[in-house]
Write a protein that binds this ligand. Structure first.
Ligand code: GDP
Length: 138
């Protein structure tokens, strides 16, 4: 059993697709064991994505992630980190497999609907960034 950090990005909340994306998550055998809706400041988005600060799209990404509400979640399940990456699909929705969240919902490579931790180590760090122990009910 693993846990991973998921974010439904501002393009999802703007289009009122939180429930639709959550249905995809739950029907893929991942449990949403913690969830909250937040509007990140630019500074919070920059801190969350600090590992990407050298990348050309860092400023655009942080501006987008603070442009509207997000829903942050902890997902639990077998092999949750890699399994959720499969359920999400490729970063660029044009390259995402059929049936993935990004293929079906993403607007662009930037507004690509969902974030999922890319390793177990990062999942632990990203979960701690957003959630306290009291908020996690397994
Ligand atoms: P992920 O792990 O699949 O989310 O992809 P990355 O870690 O490579 O990138 C983080 C996020 O940055 C992506 O989910 C996109 O929202 C955004 N992103 C990635 N590549 C690009 C790009 O070429 N241009 C822009 N504007 N955003 C990008």
């Amino acid at each position: 059993m693993e846990r991973t950090l998921s974010i439904l990005k501002p393009d999802v909340t703007r289009r009122n697709l939180t429930g639709a994306v959550n249905q995809r998550i739950e029907s893929s055998n991942l449990r949403i064991i913690a969830q909250k809706r937040l509007h990140l400041t630019l500074e919070q988005a920059q801190r969350f994505y600090a590992v990407h600060q050298e990348r050309s799209f860092f400023n655009d990404l942080c501006t987008f992630m603070s442009s509207g509400p997000v829903v942050v979640q902890i997902l639990e399940g077998d092999n949750a980190v890699n399994h959720y990456r499969d359920v999400m699909g490729a970063t660029n929705p044009a390259n995402a497999d059929e049936g993935t969240i990004r293929r079906d919902f993403a607007e662009s490579i930037e507004a690509n609907s969902v974030h999922g931790s890319d390793s177990l180590d990062n999942a632990v760090k990203e979960i701690a960034f957003f959630f306290s122990e009291m908020e996690i009910v397994g």
